[in-house]
Design a binder for this molecule. Structure first.
Ligand code: SF4
Ligand code: SF4
Length: 231
């Protein structure tokens, strides 16, 4: 008989999950491309003033006993721009919590959270409930170099991303719902802006997706828009 607890929250082998999702997003170290544009000198996704990583509670249980890299986010880590903890906590799904690390100078690559490994992407879920590929976190368009260079995302990264999320989304309804909601939010934001969504499809090709009809049009990644200092 199916274990109801397993259906709600699958038991994760966090080490195995990390080992399966270890390919760098691009061949070059993309942190060296964005950090010069950040006044702190840190890559944007590793700067707590720009991005607060979220992790599964099971990841936190694993990380706490294996590394001193992380602590539970307090909200006072960013000295230059205090954030409103209420808003961030409200946006955090119940099956996750917010963390802060010791910063990029002390990063331990093998103990990066899943959210570090997937950045800047999330699994795009259609209105019909299909995970069809990778979309990016659009709040980072003007900050993240990768978003302006989608053609440089490696095949290995795409493949690992799809395999890991195929497994997670199939077993974890809360995780599926959270990304379905994020995909809907992206459709609404891009519809308002009259833009199509760049999509790195699970079939290995690249498309622009209409936020209204979800029709896909094949596109060369070099034709995708570039943003901010990466234009
Ligand atoms: S993923 Fe984006 S924000 Fe993070 S280091 Fe690479 S270019 Fe910078
Ligand atoms: S653990 Fe490493 S990759 Fe993740 S946010 Fe911290 S410095 Fe960046």
């Amino acid at each position: 008989m199916e274990d109801p607890q397993e259906t709600l929250e699958p038991r994760l082998n966090v080490r195995a999950l990390y080992d399966r999702f270890d390919a760098p997003v691009t061949e070059i170290d993309c942190g060296t491309m964005c950090a010069p544009h950040n006044s702190s000198g840190k890559p944007f996704c590793c700067d707590i003033c720009h991005s607060v990583p979220a992790a599964f509670h099971q990841e936190w249980a694993y990380l706490q006993v294996n590394t001193d890299l992380w602590h539970a986010w307090r909200g006072d880590e960013c000295l230059s721009e205090p954030v409103d903890p209420g808003t961030l906590l409200e946006e955090t799904p119940e099956h996750m919590l917010l963390l802060a690390c010791q910063g990029p100078a002390l990063c331990q690559r093998s103990y990066r959270a899943l959210s570090c490994r997937q950045f800047p992407f999330f699994p795009y879920i259609t209105r019909q409930g299909r995970f069809i590929g990778l979309a990016y976190n659009w709040d980072f368009e003007a900050l993240c170099w990768v978003i302006s260079n989608l053609g440089k995302v490696t095949g290995a990264f795409r493949q690992e991303f799809v395999q890991v999320y195929d497994a997670l989304l199939a077993r974890w309804p809360a995780e599926f719902d959270s990304y379905a909601a994020c995909s809907e939010e992206m459709r609404q934001a891009f519809a308002r802006a009259r833009r199509r969504i760049p999509l790195l499809h699970r079939n290995g090709r690249d498309y622009l997706l209409s936020p209204a009809s979800e029709r896909l049009q094949r596109s060369a990644p070099e034709k995708f828009r570039r943003f901010g200092p990466y234009r």
